[in-house]
Design a protein around this ligand. Sequence first.
Ligand code: ATP
Ligand code: PH2
Length: 172
Amino acid sequence: MVHTVAIALGSNLGDSLTILTDAIARLKQMPGVILQRQSSWYHTPPVGPPQPSYINGCAVLEVAWSPVELLERLLDLEAQFGRVRLEKHGPRTLDLDILLVDDLILDLPQLQVPHPRMRERAFVLVPLAEIAPDWTHPVTGRAIAHLREAVDCTGVTPLTLYDPGLRTPRTD
Ligand SMILES: Nc1ncnc2c1ncn2[C@@H]1O[C@H](COP(=O)(O)OP(=O)(O)OP(=O)(O)O)[C@@H](O)[C@H]1O
Ligand SMILES: Nc1nc2c(c(=O)[nH]1)N=C(CO)CN2
């Protein structure tokens, strides 16, 4: 069965932009995955313990796997980028979260969907609203664009063409 899935990507250790771009490329190469939409990348202030700011973004995928199989593949991908979990909400080279799967509500030991903390996270809702504003959050019945209006988005800023994080600024 094919599912439409929204995922969040984040990084605040190493060369975050390269790591995130490579992660998207790896996702696109996976059999059974079609990348439907990808948001811009955003600089975001860290939520949680003191740590460097993050780069975050979201993507919408069409996936021919079960949600748990997808989680396992995303955890594998995180591990390939050297993610080590030292501290809850602490710094990481690559964080991949499943946000939404169709209109499903899942409460499994290893997987909760919708992601239980997505509603309070501007670093998720800003990029997600860019690519899926009308997707209804199945627990609240609210559109993502509406949820985004309800959070403080201070400091969530798109990477620009001339951002120092971009290695080769375009000249056109
Ligand atoms: N929707 C989900 N997406 C990704 N992982 C999930 C989800 N629901 C539950 N998990 C579980 O969470 C574990 C990962 O937790 P993790 O260490 O990434 O938490 P965190 O990134 O520090 O915090 P947060 O979950 O708030 O982003 C995974 O091993 C997975 O089993
Ligand atoms: N801005 C921002 N803050 C975070 C992030 C993240 O991706 N972006 N991820 C975390 C781990 O869950 C904790 N804090």
